[in-house]
Design a protein around this ligand. Structure first.
Ligand code: SF4
Length: 175
């Protein structure tokens, strides 16, 4: 289900509905060739990866900046229109009609608990990287209740809130 309010992408309770945390396997896509080693290190450090969780990439309403969309288009060879839609004029990742997951999630199932791997892990949008951190109504960063493994992540700091506020500003005000 797509959220009609773009401000909520970085805010609780709907927050970023999924912020994907699962990287591609090294043998999968060429996108891992650059920075792959760093990517694998990051992957090991994310609590959700060993759990095989891709819940945050399903029925996503993840927003992305134009620069992030351009980078994804260059790296995948797709047109921006192939993987985004405009949610109140903010670019937002599309879901696959069959799996109801982000079009970049490698999965064959629409089950929220099914395995899935991000095919663009190295160039995923910042919102994907910062999840499950989201902003509450007081502009404080908190762990999104929608993340089933949130208790395994460190409590967000004031710096994390600044990162999300800056992202929200860019998303809301870019031309
Ligand atoms: S870009 Fe990758 S991490 Fe972000 S929602 Fe899509 S599959 Fe998940």
């Amino acid at each position: 289900m797509q959220d009609s309010n773009p401000r909520r992408r970085v805010r609780s309770p709907s927050g970023y509905p999924g912020y994907p945390n699962r990287p591609c396997l090294p043998e999968m896509p060429p996108l891992l060739e650059e920075g792959g080693r760093i990517g694998r290190f990051m992957a090991r450090s994310l609590p959700c990866v060993p759990m095989g969780c891709s819940a945050c990439c399903r029925e996503t309403t993840m927003p992305l900046t134009k620069a992030e969309a351009s980078l994804l288009a260059r790296r995948t060879g797709l047109s921006v229109e192939d993987f985004t839609w405009r949610n109140n004029d903010i670019l937002t990742l599309l879901n696959n009609e069959e799996t109801r997951a982000c079009v970049f999630l490698l999965t064959s199932s629409s089950d929220v608990s099914a395995d899935g791997m991000c095919s663009v892990y190295e160039v995923r949008p910042q919102g994907c990287r910062t999840y499950p951190n989201v902003l509450n109504h007081e502009d404080k960063a908190i762990l999104d209740e929608g993340c089933p493994h949130r208790h395994r992540f460190p409590e967000p700091s004031d710096d994390d809130a600044v990162v999300l506020l800056n992202l929200e500003e860019r998303l809301l005000h870019e031309e």
